[in-house]
Design a protein around this ligand. Structure first.
Ligand SMILES: [Mn+2]
Length: 285
């Protein structure tokens, strides 16, 4: 199987300057990816700026739709899509593109829950909503990306590494019974044990991994817009991806929220390169 990397420099889901430079800056630092990453443009749409609870909804929805079509084609061609962000809202598109072809579960590695909806979001930023949208909760323009309705069953989702969840978001997570390995739980039970449980849950099942760089400890990965103390080490992040590929039938991966404005040196772009190399090596075996 061949990996196909799609770069999508969306920042409107986070409304934070810098994310739109992530893909180009990464390629500039690692020219070996110039011919390997297909960069998709953001589809800027007319917006209703009186809407505060889902900012840039039309632009985010249209861009996710475009990404979903591209990812869907990669899957249909028998290849393995990697989506490089850009803010985490793009996962709405990548997941829709894969889930149209096969039933998948989701491993959501993130400091945040990304389980907000327009009704409960405090910021109105759509990058806090993609997991909820993928399991059928949120604005219909997001939920119905590529095709109508729920993309992934809520019981087939695991949150991993969380340490900053809004109050109403937590209520929704509890109400829906979403499995959530908070960073506190992982630290207490031990990373190996937590990973072991996640592996058992997804063993031999189709799995999409949505890897938010802010899930990693910001002391080790600085180039993220919404850092939260704590989190996985760089090595744990790589072990997670590597062992999930060995255990589950991993179909697709997102690597998101690379914001070069906040980078101290090159340690985050280096980490993205390491992750891409690891995935490529394992998938093309
Ligand atoms: Mn996220």
């Amino acid at each position: 199987m061949k990996t196909k990397i799609v770069g999508i420099p969306l920042n409107f889901g986070a409304n934070r300057c810098g994310l739109e430079f992530g893909v180009d800056n990464f390629i500039d630092r690692y020219p070996k990816y110039r011919d390997k990453i297909e960069v998709l443009g953001v589809e800027r749409e007319v917006e209703d700026f009186s809407r505060k609870n889902a900012k840039y909804l039309n632009t985010v929805a249209k861009t996710c739709e475009k990404l979903a079509v591209s990812i869907n084609k990669i899957v249909k061609d028998g290849n393995f899509p990697i989506t490089l962000g850009g803010d985490h809202a793009i996962a709405i598109g990548s997941i829709a593109g894969v889930s149209k072809e096969k039933e998948i579960g989701i491993l959501w590695m993130d400091a945040h829950g990304d389980m907000n909806t327009p009704e409960i979001s405090e910021s109105g930023h759509i990058h806090g909503m993609p997991l909820a949208a993928s399991i059928g909760y949120g604005h219909s323009k997001l939920v119905d990306c590529l095709y109508k309705g729920t993309k992934v069953k809520k019981e087939n989702v695991i949150l991993f590494g969380t340490r900053d969840i809004d109050e109403k978001e937590q209520e929704l997570i509890d109400e829906l019974g979403i499995k959530n390995y908070t960073w506190d739980m992982i630290a207490e039970m031990g990373f190996e044990k937590a990973l072991g449980e996640v592996k058992e849950f997804f063993r031999d099942r189709n799995l999409h991994i949505s890897f938010d760089l802010d899930g990693i400890d910001p002391a080790e990965v600085t180039a993220v817009g919404t850092p939260v103390p704590g989190g996985l080490s760089r090595e744990m992040g790589k072990i997670l991806v590597s062992e999930m590929i060995d255990t589950a039938s991993v179909t697709s991966i997102d690597i998101v929220e690379y914001n070069p404005i906040y980078e101290k040196g090159m340690e985050t772009s280096e980490y993205v390169d390491e992750l891409l190399q690891l995935i490529e090596k394992k998938i093309t075996l």
